[in-house]
Design a protein around this ligand. Structure first.
Ligand SMILES: Cc1cc2nc3c(=O)[nH]c(=O)nc-3n(C[C@H](O)[C@H](O)[C@H](O)COP(=O)(O)OP(=O)(O)OC[C@H]3O[C@@H](n4cnc5c(N)ncnc54)[C@H](O)[C@@H]3O)c2cc1C
Ligand code: SF4
Ligand code: SF4
Length: 420
């Protein structure tokens, strides 16, 4: 295969999540991660892609390589739960400032932490994302220096969002910073640290939301049909926030439509329209981060009645000493309210879908390999061990189901073609 074919294999075999890292690695004159005809952001080769660069992409791309917390960050007294990974403390918490709590996706913990890190001058800025200025349902990288900047990025972006697109120029700033993103984005940044020593020097904190997957374009299009709006007329789009989960809100100039989170995602997990890579994700729980932040709805989804009064409560897993200290000092400085300590068992009650996916990941990856497809290379995620706890029949069903998906084309995407 040529280097270009090797890069496109990641996309065509359904493993690209559009994080943007390959554009940063290769340079924008070689690869551009842009919206393609499939409705998502994918890499397009625009220059001469050589073998050394594509090898570096395979070593760093979180679509094909996902590792758990670096061993150096696992202390002797850090506990490791087979499903929930390394943890030092798990709490139920929310932003102490009621406005941040309200505007945040769940209880505003990530925005409160960003604000605290900036105000306490522990970092020069936070790299996270905000709604795209060109495609309202997408997200784009966002660098925050102030509380107002942080709040511009509050809320979950369920559409395609490439936080690592400009990571090299972010590192060129030479300032300490925090990175807030999805687990796969953090996995990509950790992978890239092996190639650029500035990552370990400058990235002081990594915080990820617990992530069940982003919305496939068909999910967003189906939702827009449901509320009688069209993608190309949108001037603004908010998935959630301003309540927990808060309304999903679409704007087209003066016209505004709001609907419930469940109108976007469906009433239960079986209806979630996720990209293939998210279905075989070995780490939606932010194993490589200092802190992982989640919802706390029992069973994994909100309900319409409780949503009217839910103020938002996050589950927060501190995995490292730095994460544990950040939780404690943010509480002491009045930025976070910690209600109480909880356990991995509580996390499984709030996130049954994460538990199921973690158990199924190894067999699904075996199915990909059996079908001759690329599968993510993983380490320190315990997925083989978890799989060995399942009955053989369950593993077989997961493996065969994946082989079948490959056969009927559900694990593939067409070659990336830029929308002109
Ligand atoms: C794609 C996706 C799937 C999710 N799935 C789950 C799940 O399965 N279980 C669960 O408990 N929670 C899930 N969430 C997380 C949940 O919606 C909240 O984001 C999380 O609880 C943090 O809430 P908060 O109030 O602290 O966030 P906020 O204070 O609103 O801060 C959110 C932060 O996340 C950043 N961000 C938002 N969207 C993205 C994105 N697409 N990529 C990178 N950074 C982003 C923002 O820039 C902001 O800094 C998901 C979120 C996303 C984006
Ligand atoms: S997952 Fe990220 S690094 Fe990998 S191919 Fe897609 S955009 Fe590039
Ligand atoms: S489910 Fe996994 S691959 Fe998909 S967006 Fe979330 S962390 Fe990334």
């Amino acid at each position: 295969m040529t280097p270009e074919e090797q890069l496109y294999a990641i996309v065509e075999q359904g493993l690209c999540i559009g994080c943007g890292l390959c554009q940063a690695v290769a340079g924008k004159d070689t690869i551009e991660v842009v919206k393609t005809t499939t409705g998502v952001e994918r890499p397009i080769v625009v220059g001469e892609l050589d073998q050394a660069t594509v090898d570096q992409i395979y070593d760093t791309c979180p679509g094909v390589r996902v590792e758990g917390l670096p061993e150096a960050l696992i202390e002797e007294d850090t506990k490791v739960d087979n499903v929930w990974g390394p943890w030092r403390r798990i709490v139920k918490a929310w932003a102490a400032d009621p406005d941040i709590r309200h505007q945040g996706s769940t209880g505003g913990v990530m925005s409160a932490l960003g604000t605290y890190l900036l105000k306490s001058k522990q970092v020069g800025f936070v790299l996270h994302v905000k709604a795209s200025t060109t495609n309202p349902t997408f997200g784009e990288p966002h660098i925050s220096f102030t509380e107002a900047d942080i709040m511009e990025g509050a809320g979950s972006r369920y559409g395609p969002t490439p936080p690592l697109l400009d990571i090299k120029s972010v590192l060129d700033r030479g300032q300490p910073f925090a990175f807030f993103a999805k687990p796969c984005d953090v996995a990509g940044l950790r992978n890239y640290a092996r190639h650029d020593p500035r990552v370990d020097k400058l990235v002081k904190f990594t915080v990820a939301m617990v992530c069940g997957g982003y919305g496939a374009p068909s999910t967003t299009e189906g939702f827009l049909d449901h509320i009688g709006m069209k993608m190309d007329e949108l001037t603004a789009f908010r998935y959630r926030g301003f309540g927990c989960p808060g309304p999903t809100r679409a704007e087209a100039g003066e016209k505004v439509e709001e609907a419930h989170y469940l109108d976007y995602w469906g009433e239960d997990e079986s209806m979630w329209g996720l990209p293939f890579r998210c279905k075989v994700c070995p780490d939606g729980i932010g194993e490589a981060c200092d802190l992982a932040v989640s919802d706390t709805w029992i069973g994994g989804s909100p309900n319409r009645i409780d949503s009217e009064t839910d103020l938002g409560e996050n589950g927060v897993i501190a995995r490292t000493k730095a994460g544990e200290d950040l939780l404690a000092t943010a509480e002491k400085s009045g930025f976070l309210t910690i209600e109480r300590d909880i356990t991995p068992d509580h996390m499984s009650i709030y996130q049954p879908h994460q538990m199921r996916k973690k158990y199924a990941a190894w067999a699904r990856h075996q199915g990909l390999r059996e079908a001759g497809q690329l599968a993510p290379v993983t380490s320190r995620l315990r997925i083989e061990e978890l799989s060995s706890e399942l009955f053989d029949g369950t593993n077989d069903a997961q493996r065969r189901g994946t082989v079948e998906r490959v056969k009927i084309g559900k694990a593939s995407e067409s070659a990336p073609e830029k929308v002109v």
